[in-house]
Write a protein that binds this ligand. Structure first.
Ligand code: UD1
Ligand code: CA
Length: 456
């Protein structure tokens, strides 16, 4: 059976108190709406329609998904009215699945169960039991337990309000019948809206059975209306990510203080300390240790790497057995060979650093190619920028750069060269030789320190 998904996303979201449309707020670094689109794609939907309204242009701009049908609902006249805007684009023999753009954590297996239950003669409805059902539409069942209707909270009697089974808003139904029912909706109710929920009683009237399905966890059906709910769902999402990693054998020192905003792949025996944030695509090899307060973004980390506390690594490739930090910053375009050491207060940018080379203290290395076995002393700076253009520094294998050296690029230090501490290197340093630039040391014999004058 072919599926067409309609995602309702026209609500204003005033309670977010933000100028950004609600469905663009992120969970795990991705907008609410993109989470829902991803879920719809995972089902193999033939079409995905997004009903947008408030801030629609911005939503369309930011969510650069292809193959999404954008449907404008200029005025928000209710969920039934929203679905009506999208239905004309959907073939009669499809199953229509209605999702909410602000309910981001619905899982594919739950949705699949809902769809499996929808057929020509049945409508699948996702419902949940809540301790506090107030505000939600209530599921009305007859003595046999068959669903008869949904009554919105504002239209419900006291007795109906006592019902704790609620409508999540998510349903699956045959398109042809859906079109017929939606066309027959009116807005004769407490809110003066066209309620999608009125479709249930119409289906029952047509002899269509309502099959209810429940989510495996409540967070699957929770929506975001304010920042507190956004934060709660963020934690639920992150806990899910943490659980998946722990199932694969990762040691998380504290799963409540670990965030993935993107995708992560991990090898065996990986230990991740608290407050680690992974963004984009992070690939971690075997036997890797990530210390506390580390930010990783779009990085590939080889086997046996140690990243010590408070290091930030972005768009870089870290060779096996390397040691980074504490307090290191590795910026985009960096490639570290195996067993490299990048120490504290060192910044590396767009540099290739060879096997076993060390930059251990207080240095800046940018736009550079460093060979194997190079030792870069404390406080070394590649002066890569002349105020207009960036230039390259090349340091060949086994060179030794003395502390507090400035390498004014473009410049090359030859293989096995030694640079004396405190040098400003403006010309190429030949291989195998000692090169330094330094004012000669002087001593004034018998010099006396000034003495403070006595008052009076
Ligand atoms: C709706 C359901 C209610 C259910 C609840 C679950 C109806 C009439 N009621 O209530 O039974 O318990 O969701 O959260 O369906 N939207 C539009 N256009 C509109 C109105 C809404 O796109 O004109 C979108 C919203 O952006 C949102 C979703 O539809 O994503 C639900 O709207 P909302 O106002 O939150 O529905 P409720 O009245 O809370
Ligand atoms: Ca709602």
């Amino acid at each position: 059976m072919k599926l067409s998904v309609i995602i309702l996303a026209a609500g204003q979201g005033t309670r977010m108190r933000s100028s950004m449309p609600k469905v663009l707020h992120p969970i795990g670094g991705q907008s609410l709406l993109e989470h829902v689109i991803d879920t719809a794609r995972g089902l193999g939907a033939a079409t995905i329609s997004v009903v947008y309204g408030h801030g629609g242009e911005l939503v369309r701009e930011r969510v650069s998904e292809q193959d999404v049908l954008w449907v404008e609902q200029a005025q928000q006249l209710g969920t039934g009215h929203a679905v009506a805007q999208a239905l004309p684009g959907i073939a009669d023999d499809h199953t229509v699945v209605v999702l909410y753009g602000d309910v981001p954590l619905l899982s594919a297996p739950t949705l699949q169960r809902l769809i499996d239950d929808a057929s020509h003669r049945t409508l699948g409805l996702l419902t949940a039991h809540l301790d506090d059902p107030s505000g939600y539409g209530r599921i009305i069942r007859d003595a046999q337990g068959d669903v008869l209707a949904i009554v919105e909270h504002k239209d419900a009697s006291e007795a109906q309000r006592a019902i704790r089974e609620v409508n999540t808003g998510i349903l699956a139904a045959p398109a042809a019948q859906m079109k017929k029912w939606i066309a027959a909706l009116d807005n004769n109710n407490a809110q003066g809206e066209y309620y999608l929920t009125d479709v249930i009683a119409m289906a029952v009237g047509d002899g269509v059975a309502i099959n209810t399905v429940h989510p495996s966890s409540i967070s699957e059906v929770l929506g975001v209306n304010n920042k507190a709910q956004l934060a709660d769902l963020e934690r639920a999402y992150q806990r899910g990510q943490a659980d998946r990693l722990m199932e694969r054998g990762v040691t998380l020192r504290d799963p409540a203080r670990f965030d993935v905003r993107g995708e992560i792949e991990v090898g065996r025996d990986v230990v991740i300390d608290f407050n680690v944030v992974c963004e984009g695509r992070v690939i971690i090899g075997n036997e890797v240790n990530i210390g506390p307060n580390v930010c990783l973004k779009d990085v590939v980390i080889g086997d046996g790497v140690q990243v010590l506390a408070n290091s930030v690594i972005e768009e870089a490739n870290i060779g096996a057995g390397s040691r980074i930090g504490p307090f290191a910053r590795i910026r985009p375009g960096t490639v570290l060979g195996e067993a490299a050491h990048i120490g504290n207060f060192v910044e590396i940018k767009k540099a290739i650093i060879g096997h076993g080379s060390k930059v251990n203290h207080l240095s800046y290395v940018g736009d550079a190619t460093i060979g194997r076995g190079v030792n870069i002393g404390a406080g070394t700076i590649t002066c890569n920028y002349d105020g207009a253009n960036k230039h390259q520094t090349v340091i060949e294998d086994d060179a030794f750069i003395g502390s507090d050296t400035q390498l004014v690029a473009p410049v090359t230090v030859g293989a096995g060269a030694t640079i004396g501490a405190g040098s400003t290197i403006t010309k190429n340093a030949p291989p195998g030789e000692l090169t330094y630039s330094r004012t000669p040391q002087q001593t004034r014999n018998g010099w006396k320190r000034p003495v403070k004058k006595q008052p009076g």
